[in-house]
Design a protein around this ligand. Structure first.
Ligand code: CP
Length: 312
């Protein structure tokens, strides 16, 4: 593939290749010397049109550790503020010959559109409610390390599914790897057409969590809700927030995940989120750097083997 725009086009073997390479970068990142040269001589530009802590920082570190020249565009201070369009902005940066463009954007499909216009590799760092492929890959690596496999696991994804690109990319990836997926949340926060997704849907946490190996919590994405009805945060926590009592319905060794940023006391109990015997939330962050190193390494190998043409 020339770009990493989503999980949808990836074959299971390609997902395994990314995760296997990421394992090697986990070891590198834990060692005293964190540098490799997979991106030496290449230029990486990060364009985040939406706030980010984990994804932005880990893409930046990943590029630096692999030897790229990494530039973070300050989108709030860019000429977007003067009315320049997304595509004109991308074409302007494209003229400076970047090799890798990492893009986060609030609109679903914006990153795919941009990728059609530039002649470098584009990585989707999250577009609207569409996809967040590197999040699903880092979640898969975390699950595989904790459970030893990705197939035939019972995975519960809980909360605001409708507005979540994390849920969408995870459902695609875990489905390809033959895990069983249950979605748990209020009917108002389930996407239209979910009945055709090949997943089980629950409105009740205790029923949905029964026998789960993995419990993945999601943030209420209020910025994408367009007036959709949700209960008060207090009522939401009571019905759908994960605490030790509700987790007791999952398997005894079930792991607790959250992509972050989390709202303690809304979708998850703070003590549970910090419980290193159950929560792998910090490991998810660690895996994020390694997975992004692996994804950019593999795209760079492609760049070096295929002469790039200007397509716009
Ligand atoms: N999980 C995730 O995408 O976090 P950020 O929004 O902080 O990047």
């Amino acid at each position: 593939h020339r770009h990493l725009l989503g999980i949808e086009p990836l074959a299971p073997a390609e997902i395994t290749t990314i995760l296997d390479l990421a394992e090697r970068y986990v070891e590198l990142n834990r060692g005293p010397r964190k540098h490799a040269d997979a991106l030496a001589g290449l230029t990486q530009i990060n364009m985040f049109f939406e706030n980010s802590t984990r994804t932005q920082a880990s893409f930046e570190l990943a590029g630096q550790r692999l030897g790229a020249d990494v530039m973070n565009m300050q989108m709030q201070a860019s000429s977007i503020k003067k009315g320049e369009t997304l595509i004109d902005t991308a074409m302007t940066l494209n003229a400076m010959h970047p090799d890798l463009l990492v893009v986060r954007h609030p609109h679903s499909g914006a990153v795919d559109l941009l990728a059609q216009k530039v002649n470098c590799a584009v990585l989707n760092a999250g577009d609207g409610r569409h996809e967040h492929p590197t999040q699903a890959l880092l979640d898969a690596l975390t699950i595989r390390r904790a459970k030893g496999r990705l197939h035939r696991l019972n995975i519960a994804i809980c909360g605001d599914i409708a507005h979540s690109r994390v849920a969408r990319s995870n459902i695609l990836l875990l489905g390809k790897m033959e895990s069983r997926i249950r979605l748990i949340g209020p009917p108002t926060l389930m996407p239209a057409g979910v009945a055709d997704w090949g997943v089980e849907v629950y409105d009740n946490m205790r029923e949905g969590l029964a026998g789960a190996d993995v419990v993945m919590m999601l943030r209420l994405q209020k910025e994408r809700m367009d007036g959709a009805f949700i209960p008060s945060e207090r009522e939401y926590y009571h019905r759908y927030g994960l605490d030790a009592e509700k987790l007791g319905h999952a398997k005894d060794d079930a792991i607790v995940m959250h992509p972050g940023p989390m709202n303690r006391g809304v979708e998850i109990d703070g003590t549970l989120a910090d419980d290193i015997n159950r929560s792998v939330i910090q490991e998810q962050v660690e895996m994020g750097v390694a997975v992004r190193m692996a994804a950019m390494d593999l795209l760079a190998r492609n760049l070096r083997s295929v002469p790039q043409e200007v397509t716009a």
